[in-house]
Design a protein around this ligand. Structure first.
Ligand SMILES: Nc1nc2c(ncn2[C@@H]2O[C@H](COP(=O)(O)OP(=O)(O)O)[C@@H](O)[C@H]2O)c(=O)[nH]1
Ligand SMILES: [Mg+2]
Length: 195
């Protein structure tokens, strides 16, 4: 059996991964839960079951690394792993979870905030370099009735030129169809290497 050429996806049998990153409270856990077709394994479960939990000084088990884990079958029948990074660890864990491997990334951003474009740039820089950006899509949340096209245009206009190729979408993390759409968008990207 010969090795698949780099970047080949047709016929790939290994599970693909999509990592949800973004600020605390933006809806990462909500999104994993909305789309997953298995019960989501979250921080609370991991606190009592997984080996990377360690006892704190009070003797209670605390989580040093906690991630939401779910799974979904895409319309072509591929099994997709969904990972939501924990809010409390923020950048370091988000970065570690996306820089290794070839996971696709959905960066969830509070879309109604005036500094949304700034936040996108800040997170993209913290997540890595062009090799990460090329497998990332942005999902603007909580537009609360605002015109999606206008919100996307507004974010794009102030976004750094380095990030202009990163797709900007609108999604409600509570809606499975929306989460599926941004997840598929990330999976459809053709990752490049660092520029
Ligand atoms: N109004 C509104 N609430 C949301 C939305 N997305 C998530 N939430 C709520 O915000 C809270 C925090 O979401 P969570 O998924 O825990 O955020 P995380 O820290 O990114 O994992 C939950 O109570 C969600 O129900 C949204 O688009 N609109
Ligand atoms: Mg969460």
């Amino acid at each position: 059996m010969s090795a698949a050429p780099a970047g080949a996806v047709v016929g790939a049998t290994t599970a693909r991964q999509v990592v949800f990153v973004g600020p605390m409270g933006v809806g990462k856990t909500t999104a994993v839960t909305a789309l997953s077709d298995i019960p989501v394994v979250g921080t609370d479960v991991r606190q009592s079951t997984l080996t990377f939990a360690e006892p704190s000084q009070e003797g209670k088990t605390t989580t040093t690394v906690g991630i939401d884990y779910g799974e979904w079958t895409d319309p072509e029948g591929n099994r997709i792993a969904l990972l939501g990074t924990p809010g409390q660890v923020r950048f370091s864990s988000a970065r570690e979870s996306v820089t290794a491997g070839r996971a696709r990334v959905v960066l969830w951003i509070f879309g109604q905030r005036p500094d949304a474009a700034f936040q996108i740039g800040r997170w993209l820089e913290l997540l890595g370099d062009a090799s990460v950006w090329s497998r990332t899509v942005i999902a603007l949340t909580r537009l609360e009735g605002a015109d999606p096209e206008r919100a996307i245009a507004l974010a794009r206009r102030t976004l750094d030129p380095r990030f202009q190729h990163v797709p900007v979408l609108v999604a409600d993390p509570r809606e499975a169809a929306d989460v599926a759409r941004v997840t598929l968008a990330s999976l459809s990207l053709t990752p490049g290497s660092a520029a």
